[in-house]
Design a protein around this ligand. Structure first.
Ligand code: NAI
Length: 415
């Protein structure tokens, strides 16, 4: 079996972490049990480009139990958990991922999983899908799935200019994905990453959240819970207003730059914090990013402004400016929750990856009848995922009476 990982001897540690995560993923486990008996992916190959974490390992194992041959590479050079990669290889799942790999090795790994001529590709950020449209046009998978907002935006741009040649399931569009993973997962794990990188006290400090979408809302809410003064920067007036009424201070980036102690970008956009903002920041400000790509902070600009740079701690680097101020960047400006912590908790990846598993099944089940466009999983699957999750959390769910159903469906009765 061909693979490329950092250290096979880490397998036992990885296996223990995978098992721990698996215990907290009951919805995925329900699907895995059904996959074991129904084998909906029998004889098919799934190539995945996802963060190589303990939660992803559980997804890979569920797909294999569904009959698929699976291969995995990383969707970010800094997010790979080398122990998990080792455990998967030990379990005969080929992995091509090494934490800290350079761009050449990262793309070599992407090509390695595509060499298996997959029936389904699974993306977090659309890297496989993009290569399928450029270097590997000879490959014709049944379809692809996409995990994150930025990937869906890239794929929608392809669909808009008429170049998309595959059916794609936008897993991020499922309610049981973006309303929970992006919000509660990023909310908790981005704060976790900042704390592990810096160990700063958030209580009483000013945390600036740039972008108030699903992720930004979660991050702002969790920072608020730690006792921070939260400042939100937004370009969308509705979301800015929402942030204001959620109790946060809302400022433009120039004004926020002057007062922030900790900055977190979650916009999916480029250079949202750049030279003009770095010029205004306080000595010791911590800069981090939880958006998909490492483009939200203009790091090249910062490097150009700095007179020196040095590592401060693991995952925290200091840049000294000509006037003596020092700005500290966490996790190289890459996803701070995966670069400096372990990514989202398994409890929330449970629902995201239940959707991924069902998306792969749906693509195979509908092979041949799909068009090259972006699909969202049927609403009833979303409801099923939510219902299973609720039950495993010990929550109750009220049911509509016949009288209530009729009332809601009628227009004649007003009172
Ligand atoms: P979203 O589209 O719901 O929110 C993004 C927000 O940023 C929007 O409200 C937009 O108006 C705002 N924005 C754009 N440019 C801006 C600028 N220059 N200044 C201030 N605000 C600006 O997207 P979502 O779902 O919150 O995702 C954000 C990013 O996080 C994406 O790149 C996504 O792929 C990524 N993501 C990261 C995760 C992680 O584990 N760290 C998990 C899920 C998503």
């Amino acid at each position: 079996m061909d693979f490329d990982i950092a250290d096979p001897s880490l397998a036992e540690k990885g296996a223990r972490r995978i098992a721990w995560a698996g215990r907290r993923m009951p919805v995925l486990e329900t699907i895995r049990e059904r996959f074991r008996s129904q084998r909906p992916l029998e004889g098919r190959t799934v190539a995945a480009c996802l963060h190589v974490t303990a939660e992803t390992a559980n997804l890979m194992m569920a797909l294999r139990d569904g009959g698929a041959q699976v291969l995995l590479c990383a969707s970010n050079p800094l997010s790979t958990q080398d122990d998990v990669a080792a455990a998967l290889v030990e379990d005969n799942i080929p992995v091509f991922a090494v934490r800290g790999e350079d761009a050449e090795r990262y793309y070599r790994h992407i090509h390695a999983v595509l060499d298996a001529e997959p029936d389904v590709t699974m993306d977090d950020g659309a890297d496989l899908a993009t290569i399928l449209h450029t270097d590997r046009t000879e490959l014709n998978p049944v379809g692809s799935t996409e995990e994150t907002t930025t990937g869906v935006i890239r794929l929608r741009a392809m669909a808009k200019d008429g170049t998309l040649r595959l059916p794609v399931v936008a897993v991020n569009d499922s309610a049981t994905k973006h309303l929970f993973d992006n919000r509660y997962g990023t909310g908790q794990s981005a704060i976790d990453g900042i704390l592990r990188a810096s160990n700063v006290l958030l209580a009483g400090s000013t945390v600036v959240v740039v972008g108030y979408g699903d992720c930004g809302r979660g991050v702002a809410d969790r920072a608020d819970g730690f006792g921070a003064k939260v400042v939100v920067v937004e370009v969308d007036p509705i979301r800015a207003l929402e942030a204001a009424m959620d109790g946060h201070q809302v400022l433009n980036a120039d004004d926020a730059a002057e007062i922030g102690d900790v900055f977190i970008t979650v916009t999916g956009n480029k250079h949202v914090l750049r030279g003009r903002h770095f010029e205004r920041m306080k000595d010791g400000a911590i800069l981090s990013n939880a958006g998909h790509f490492d483009i939200e902070l203009d790091l090249e600009g910062l490097i150009g402004m700095a007179v020196s740079r040095r590592p401060l701690r693991e995952n925290l680097e200091e840049f000294e400016l000509a006037d003596g101020r020092r700005l500290c960047v966490a996790a190289e400006g890459r996803l701070v929750n995966l670069g400096a912590a372990e990514g989202h908790p398994a409890d929330v990846m449970d629902m995201s990856f239940a959707n991924q598993a069902m998306a792969a099944e749906w693509l195979i089940g509908n092979a041949g009848s799909l068009e090259p466009r972006i699909y969202t999983l049927p609403e009833e699957l979303d409801d099923q995922v939510a219902a299973i999750k609720l039950a495993t959390m010990g929550c109750g769910l009220e049911e509509l009476t016949e009288e209530q159903k009729q009332y809601l469906a009628s227009w004649q009765v007003g009172t």
